[in-house]
Design a protein around this ligand. Structure first.
Ligand code: SF4
Length: 153
């Protein structure tokens, strides 16, 4: 028998180098190897789970809606993607999520302000918010040390 199985954690797929960012860029995050020492990684991309394509227009949260730069309302896709992300988190028994900061889906604590001018406001992305409201601790990628200290392994 092997030792205790590592706990599962949901991670934004773009941080893992998957091609799911709005502009199609691949940008792997340098913290993945450290995370993998302690966790079994479950990739999630709420926007793709919500049916959005790659590439796609950038979107920002504006009031209770999510709007693309050209003004299209994509709230329903974001909500569907958040619900499917929560399903995956529950199905895989994830103890936490580590999500891409500032995204209108994945951001926690700070997101773009809805004006597409680079400004930020306090708040959560749609998926990060749903996970938190369902008791899943959400961390941004700059909080990996807090995550490693905070979760009982
Ligand atoms: Fe990355 Fe989240 Fe945006 Fe998907 S929705 S590309 S996982 S930040």
């Amino acid at each position: 028998m092997s030792g205790k199985e590592k706990p599962a954690i949901a991670v934004s797929a773009c941080l893992l180098g998957q091609r799911c960012r709005y502009n199609g860029e691949i940008k792997p995050w340098s913290g993945v190897a450290e995370l993998e020492k302690s966790f079994r990684i479950i990739p999630v991309c709420p926007e793709l789970l919500g049916g959005l394509p790659v590439p796609r227009e950038p979107s920002e949260i504006s009031g209770d809606r999510v709007i693309t730069r050209s003004g299209k309302d994509v709230t329903n896709a974001f909500v569907t993607g958040a619900e499917k992300t929560l399903e995956s988190v529950k199905r895989n028994g994830c103890v936490a999520a580590l999500l891409k900061e500032r995204s209108p889906s994945c951001g926690r604590g700070l997101v773009h302000n809805g004006l597409f001018d680079g400004g930020m406001v306090s708040g959560n992305g749609i998926a990060a918010d749903l996970l938190e409201r369902n008791g899943i601790p959400v961390f941004g990628e700059s909080q990996i040390q807090e995550l490693l200290k905070g979760i009982a392994l």
